[in-house]
Design a protein around this ligand. Sequence first.
Ligand code: URA
Length: 232
Amino acid sequence: MRLDKFLSNMNIASRSQVKGILKAGRVRVNSKVEVKGDAKIDPEVDCIEFDGVRVFYELYRYFMLYKPQGCVSATKDRLSDTVLDILKEENTDGLFPVGRLDKDTEGLLIITNDGKLAHELLSPAKHVDKKYYVTLDKAIDDESISKIEGGIDIGDDKPCLPCEIEKIESDKVFITIREGRFHQVKRMFAAVGLTVTYLKRISMGAVTLDENLQPGEYRRLTDEEIKSLTNK
Ligand code: URA
C-alpha cells in the first residue's frame, strides 16, 4: 500500500495535506524519515510513526448481523436496545448499520465504519438488490403479485420500481426490491390489501445471511463478501 494512502485512510491527514506532512519530515517508516507519498509499505508489518507516535493500522470493519426483532437499527436509542449493543465485545467506534430494518423486522444487517460502502449500498441510483422473506395475513393472488412486480404506487412522489416476487406458499413469498423506502415492503403489500405478519431480510447485494447465525448473532464479513460489495 502507498504511504500517502495509508496516512489518509488512518485519518492522519486529508489527501491534500498528506504531501505537506511528508515533506516536513513528520513521518517515519521503520525509524527512518520517509518523504515520498508513493513509498510502498505493508501496514501490518511496517512501523509507521507520525510526529513520533505509532499509527496503528485499522482496516475498515465489516460485520454481518442477524438482527433480531425488538432492537432498533440505530447507533443510540434512549428506550430500546440497538444493533450496536449486540456488538459490545467489539470496538464499536465509528460503526453504524447500513440502512435500517424496522424494529419488528429481522434478518441481515451489515454493520461497518466504511461510509463509502454504505453510500454505495444505499444509493437509490445503484439499485442494489435486497431480498426479503415475507409472511402475509392472507393468500396473495396473481393479480396482486403482478401489480406489485410492475411497480406499485404506495403514495410517494413516484411509484416503486419494478421488483420480483417468488411465491413459496399461498401466504409466503420472497420479494426482491432495489430501493429502500420507509417501511417499503409492508407498504407494497398493504397497497394490495395485505398485511405483512413477519419480515426477514435474506440478502443485500451478493451477501446472504449466514444460515449458521441465530437471531442476535454476528460474524465478520469474509474478504470475498467484502470484495463482492465493494467491487475491489
Ligand atoms: N421494508 C419494510 O417494510 N420494513 C423493513 O424493515 C425493511 C423493508
